[in-house]
Design a protein around this ligand. Structure first.
Ligand code: WTA
Length: 644
């Protein structure tokens, strides 16, 4: 008898997963020997100059003594995986497909062109003095040059930190100072939905009090007149266009930081999440190919902004590492009308589309006609990310946008995870509307009680990850102690996500949202502490507390309780003007309630549970308030509830 090796037994860790059975085998293999699994994945996905021989070093229990590492003896430059290695087979293939603010305004950069632009920009940045290990802040809109600048930094072994173009001068300044950036890369103006975003003018304001910045590289996009400081400021076209298009990539060890991305936490200042070169790239590439069932002729459209982690992993690094055609979209879903996405799908032949539940809900509310008037037959996979998706929106996405024939992947992950962690695998995992389904092979998720005990079977608890994975954040920029305190002190020896979650009888995960003081408004992650700091900086406000409440389009709305000093009333517009200058245009309060005092325990801690219940319109379900220092404030708070 001839023994036939079953096809799947010959599969490597990077072979597509096409059934639930294969998924289970792969997940079991990854869990049984994570090092072997990830070494195999990385060798298939990353162009190493020196191939790594070790997987994980360190663990979650020892995290307090220093960051753990993956593939530590490997050496690479990330851009060689994203560019150089594609030149031979994919030189003429479109790498970046840019759609500008106006419909039909497009630019295509082939892999060969992108490679040349990145090399030129790297040479220009080197001439401006940017060196390996130094930081460059990028404050840009959605133009190809944003991706080019990220890759040019990576080419030099410099560390980029992209700041979303909606952030204010103060927020930008805070980030420039925290990472000690040597260079800021920006553009004259951004464009979004017909509006101009004054990126250079805001940079100028931010730079007051930032002595570390030697140069500002300015890309001319709209041609507007902008402030320009001779000597310090340099026009992109003056230095990049004339630079050489060959550049020898700086080879770095696997754990060399690739970028810092600031994100909101439950307390204090934004946290500078640090991602490394080898592990991050492995994970971005692996998850992008696996979850979306990537094929060579796909047109992949992630309509996020490069200022967020979704843009880093699924506009730039994942798709380019995989040699895909990736869309960069400058505009907004409702410009010039609510049919923009689907008109673009038809015109550009988009096959995989990835957006946020907020956008889906907002578009659903505009009616089906905007969708159905466009031909969406090119679409194969639809993804969502950023917040829990309600089943109604999920079903509309599948049935109306995807005509019931596309796979829908609800992808759960975080800035800190580096890439998708819990999600259906498009061709393999039977979906359930509203569930992120199952952890990807290589992710060991668990639910835990507040005391840290593992919960088994169907359960509700704190979502944790039990074993390290290559894409995870290694530390917070120059604050490892805070890293350990934030993620590893809730449950010792386990990564705590900050999310609550339910697991059903099939082992499917249903994310219920943050259990800490982080808000998720329209897919934007914001700390209540940042809002509160902005409000109490106002003369009229003595104290402030911010909570989220359910919002039909944005997922969560922002509800402010304020205690006034010297005034009887306060105008929402005034509050929002302050939030805009201190945080950014995306930080908006929806409702404000003036209260005589905040509900505090005798030790002075604000009882947010009470504030959340009232903001949700459930003031009758407060339960025990006897631990309050002054229970009478509760009646006043309930009485002044600002509902619809
Ligand atoms: C939430 C965005 C439910 C979650 C990539 C997480 C989600 C936070 C989902 C991270 C999802 C993200 N279902 N909730 N599919 N995806 N979240 O760092 O609360 O901006 O902790 O990363 O968004 O937000 P961040």
């Amino acid at each position: 008898m001839i023994y036939q090796v079953p096809a799947h037994a010959r599969e490597g860790a990077a072979t597509p997963i096409t059934s639930l059975e294969r998924y289970r085998e792969r997940a079991a293999r990854a869990a049984n020997d994570p090092d072997a699994f990830w070494l195999e994945v990385t060798k298939q996905r990353v162009a190493w100059r020196k191939s790594p021989s070790v997987g994980l070093e360190g663990d979650f229990h020892g995290i307090a003594s220093g960051p753990l590492s993956w593939f530590a003896d490997g050496e690479l430059n990330v851009t060689e995986s994203c560019l150089d290695r594609h030149l031979e087979a994919r030189g003429d293939k479109t790498a970046i497909l840019w759609e500008g603010d106006e419909p039909g305004q497009t630019r295509r950069l082939s892999y060969r062109e992108l490679h040349a632009e990145v090399c030129k920009t790297a040479n220009a940045l080197a001439a401006l003095g940017l060196q390996r290990g130094e930081r460059a802040i990028l404050y840009m809109g959605m133009v190809p040059e944003a991706a080019i600048a990220m890759l040019a930094c990576a080419r030099l072994g410099a560390i980029h930190s992209v700041v979303f173009g909606g952030f204010s001068a103060e927020a930008l300044r805070e980030r420039i100072r925290d990472c000690g950036a040597e260079i800021v890369i920006t553009q004259d103006e951004g464009l979004r939905g017909g509006k101009r975003i004054p990126l250079k003018a805001t940079t100028e304001q931010a730079l007051e009090g930032c002595p570390s910045v030697r140069h500002v590289l300015v890309y001319k996009h709209t041609g507007a007149d902008v402030p320009f400081v001779e000597g310090r400021d340099v026009w992109w076209h003056d230095v990049v266009d004339s630079a050489s298009s060959s550049h020898e990539a700086v080879i770095v060890p696997a754990e060399h930081p690739l970028f810092i991305l600031y994100t909101s936490g439950s307390t204090g200042h934004p946290k500078g999440v640090v991602h490394t070169s080898g592990g991050y790239l492995t994970y971005a590439s692996y998850t992008h190919a696996t979850v979306f069932d990537l094929r060579e002729d796909d047109v992949f459209a992630c309509v996020a902004d490069v200022g967020w982690i979704t843009g880093h992993s699924y506009i730039v690094y994942g798709p380019l590492a995989n040699g895909a055609t990736t869309l960069m979209f400058e505009s907004v879903p409702t410009y010039p009308d609510a049919g923009r996405y689907w008109e673009m799908v038809e015109r550009l032949g988009i096959t995989i589309f990835y957006t946020a539940p907020t956008a889906i809900r907002a578009l659903q509310a505009q009616g089906d006609e905007f969708v159905t008037r466009a031909d969406r037959s090119s679409l194969r996979v639809l993804g969502t990310v950023g917040e829990p998706i309600n089943p109604e929106a999920w079903i509309w996405y599948r049935d109306v946008v995807g005509e019931g024939r596309c796979a829908v992947v609800d992808t759960w992950w975080q800035t800190e995870t580096g890439g998708i962690a819990i999600s259906p695998i498009a061709p393999a995992t039977p979906a359930k509307p509203g569930s992120a389904t199952l952890p990807l092979p290589g992710i060991q998720a668990s639910l835990r009680s507040p005391e840290g005990h593992a919960l088994f079977g169907p359960a509700r608890g704190l979502l944790c990850i039990d074993h390290p994975w290559p894409g995870q954040a290694r530390t917070l920029w120059r604050d490892h102690e805070r890293f350990v305190a934030t993620y590893f002190s809730m449950v010792e020896g386990h990564y705590f996500t900050g999310d609550g979650c339910r697991r059903d009888e099939d082992g499917y995960y249903w994310i219920t949202g943050r259990v800490d003081d982080v808000l998720n408004v329209a897919g934007h992650r914001m700390g209540t502490a940042e809002f509160e700091a902005a409000l109490v900086s106002m003369d009229a406000i003595a104290e402030a507390a911010i909570v989220g409440y359910p919002h039909t389009i944005k997922g969560q709305g922002v509800y402010a309780y304020v205690v006034l000093q010297g005034e009887d009333e306060i105008d929402l517009t005034a509050l929002n003007a302050t939030c805009r200058t201190q945080i950014g245009a995306h930080a908006r309060i929806d409702r404000v309630q003036v209260v005589p005092g905040l509900p505090k325990t005798r030790s002075g801690k604000v009882m947010r549970r009470i504030l959340r219940k009232v903001a949700e319109g459930r003031g009758d379900e407060l339960g025990d308030v006897s631990t309050l220092a002054d229970p009478s404030v509760v009646e006043a708070i309930k009485g002044g509830f600002e509902g619809d």
